[in-house]
Design a binder for this molecule. Structure first.
Ligand code: EPZ
Length: 421
């Protein structure tokens, strides 16, 4: 059953330990391919995007195994250079494997990752970065083929900031000959974690977290080992669930310093929070103010991945809020569903205006990961019964959304047999 069943109206209150970060672990899995040996990623989220990347690495000849949440990757015998086409569409971020394959084998091929429901998702910046390091790239029958006698360090200047393209450039540069300078690179925490992981493998990198990363290529890397940090977007999602239901949550392992822009908005809405010996305590009982105007932005701005969860909170707040989505061109998919639940919503290109109030439960359908989580949040706040279709989208990035929220007081289940109205 691909449905989540919810009876709304219960406050989300309690302590929730957050899973490891999806957008950190995926590039680290790709980076593990750069070493012909064993690497270990501790505290990995057991989500379908990780299982998909694991399957791709296995198809390339890697051997992987789990010990609880620790993922072992043995790339000793990995010898494949072609990622079967069906994977690129299934998980777009697999495109960064090109940089790792070029680094390891000086060639690689992957299906052209199409767009998705939130936007066209071009890869021009990825290809520009690889070409800047000497790769030749052709597209044949929907496959991208890249090759280079030997990647050479070079100058890369990104016309716009891109998380994936920055990861692509870093993965290709660490084993290239000579120095690479990457300017106007993304500054998201995921970039810092990737660079730290590669440095633990022997890469020579500096500047991550700022606008310019410098890499001195090395001839080989050793095995990496890293504890995956808590997922900042999942943390924000749980704070939104508490805010929408006027509850209070403690996140014992929240990634301090990675959520400032979100927490600023949380406070503007009337929420209160404090960091206490590494724990984030967030009280949503006072949430009542609309957000007059907010724009999503690259880090450290307000993250696009929390735009939909925030919208679900604003659907429960009297008064008009306005959000401008600057990163993706089609990230307001849940507006129609929120309107069906009772919110007044107007979208105009990249802007949405929402006037919230009392929501009524109904059957809604998720079309992508963060929108799905946002619909769960709205349903938890709505009066009565809701069904959120499309749990498979949610499971791509949330290991146990339903279980975590049920443990915190939500009447929510993936198994329709176990909820009493
Ligand atoms: C990463 O996607 C994340 N995914 C996304 O999270 C996140 O929303 C996004 O960064 C922005 O923070 C992973 O890390 C796996 P971008 P990515 O390249 O790398 C344009 C989630 O819900 N662009 O920073 O694909 C692009 O169209 C997902 O967990 C180009 O124009 O994002 C977008 O407008 C959703 N050319 C902007 O840049 C390119 O070659 C930012 O995209 C690449 C991107």
């Amino acid at each position: 059953m691909d449905e989540i069943h919810i009876v709304g109206g219960k406050k989300i209150c309690g302590s929730i330990v957050v899973q490891g970060s999806k957008n950190t672990v995926l590039p680290l899995m790709a980076a593990s391919l750069l070493h012909a040996g064993v690497s270990v990623l501790r505290g990995c989220p057991r989500i379908t995007d990780v299982f998909c990347m694991e399957e791709i690495l296995q198809r390339l000849g890697a051997v992987t195994w789990w010990k609880e949440h620790d993922l072992y990757l043995d790339c000793t015998r990995a010898n494949g250079t072609e990622v079967p086409e069906q994977y690129a569409g299934k998980m777009r971020c697999s495109v960064i494997l090109l940089g790792a394959l070029l680094g390891r084998w000086q060639k690689g091929a992957i299906g052209y990752p199409g767009g998705c429901v939130i936007g066209k998702r071009p890869v021009d910046l990825h290809l520009y970065a690889l070409r800047s390091l000497g790769a030749e790239i052709t597209e044949q029958e929907g496959m991208l083929h890249a090759s280079a006698r030997k990647l050479k360090g070079g100058e890369i200047f990104f016309a716009k900031k891109s998380v994936g393209a920055t990861e692509q450039a870093v993965l290709a540069a660490v084993l290239a000959e000579g120095k690479t300078v990457i300017r106007n690179c993304a500054e998201e925490p995921e970039i810092l974690w990737l660079c730290r992981y590669l440095r633990s493998m022997g890469a020579r990198i500096c500047g991550e977290g700022g606008p310019c990363i410098e890499i001195e290529g090395v001839s080989a890397l050793q095995g990496g080992e890293m504890k995956i940090p808590a997922d900042r977007i999942v943390t924000g999602t749980y704070l939104c669930a508490a805010a929408a239901t006027r509850g209070k949550v403690t996140i014992p392992n929240a990634p301090e310093g990675e959520l400032d822009a979100f927490l600023e908005v949380y406070r503007k809405m009337g929420g209160q929070y404090e960091w206490k010996s590494g724990k984030l305590i967030a009280n949503g009982m006072g949430i009542r103010f609309p957000v007059e105007y907010l724009e999503t932005a690259v880090y450290p701005g307000f993250p696009t991945d929390l735009q939909s969860p925030l919208l679900a909170v604003l659907a429960t707040v009297d008064g008009e809020s306005c959000i401008k989505e600057n990163i993706f061109e089609n990230r307001f998919r849940i507006c129609q569903e929120l309107a069906e639940m009772g919110a007044e919503v107007q979208t105009d290109g990249r802007k949405v205006k929402i006037r919230g109030g009392r929501l009524a439960g109904c059957r809604v359908r998720a079309g992508e990961l963060r929108g799905g989580a946002a619909l769960v949040i709205a349903a938890l706040a709505a009066e009565g019964y809701s069904v959120v279709e499309g749990n498979s989208f949610i499971r791509r990035g949330y290991e146990n959304l339903c279980g975590d929220l049920r443990a915190a007081g939500g009447l929510i289940t993936e198994d329709t047999g176990s909820i009493y109205i």
